[in-house]
Design a protein around this ligand. Structure first.
Ligand SMILES: [Mg+2]
Length: 172
């Protein structure tokens, strides 16, 4: 049960996920969350670093799809300038959007990593759909859409991971 909430890997930022590291694992595609994973939830457009990250992925033939529970306006305004395929109102942790993205990317499950900042949507959904999952630290603490219960659950799982030595750096 708890296993479904655990990411396969935990990195500080999405920028730490590089084409070289993905290639070592035989990964050809990334399914990523938007809010607090790529940019802060209240930032409309991609930052120069994120634009560069998408560019590097493209140059290395790594496909990136954005899957977000947020609405069409938010997700399309962010994704279209990056020329990245996207799914809005994805209803994570349901697995449908993840599976649809994999089909559209024409890749096998084993060739895709799922990236996100929330255990209860991104990681739970990615795990249930059978993907390798990578948790990132949320870009900003405040997110109007995360309920207090979600946060409490996440803190407990993260504290457990820290005790088990699965998180190797210090967090505030
Ligand atoms: Mg998020």
């Amino acid at each position: 049960m708890l296993k479904n909430f655990l990411p396969n890997e935990h990195v500080p930022r999405v920028l730490d996920i590089t084409p070289d590291r993905l290639r070592e694992k035989g990964i050809k595609g990334v399914i990523t969350d938007l809010d607090n994973t790529l940019v802060a939830w209240n930032v409309k457009d991609a930052t120069p670093e994120i634009i560069e990250w998408f560019q590097q992925m493209k140059e290395n033939d790594i496909k990136v799809t954005i899957i977000s529970n947020n609405d069409q306006e938010r997700v399309s305004i962010f994704s279209e300038p990056l020329e990245a395929p996207f799914v809005y109102s994805a209803r994570k942790p349901l697995t449908r959007a993840f599976k649809r993205a994999a089909t559209q990317m024409e890749l096998k499950k084993e060739e895709i990593v799922v990236v996100g900042d929330q255990l209860l949507t991104d990681i739970l959904g990615g795990n249930r759909a059978g993907f390798y999952t990578v948790l990132v630290v949320p870009i900003v603490e405040t997110d109007g859409k995360i309920t207090r219960i979600n946060r409490m659950m996440e803190r407990r799982v993260l504290a457990w991971m820290r005790r088990k030595g699965m998180i190797s750096w210090e967090e505030e």
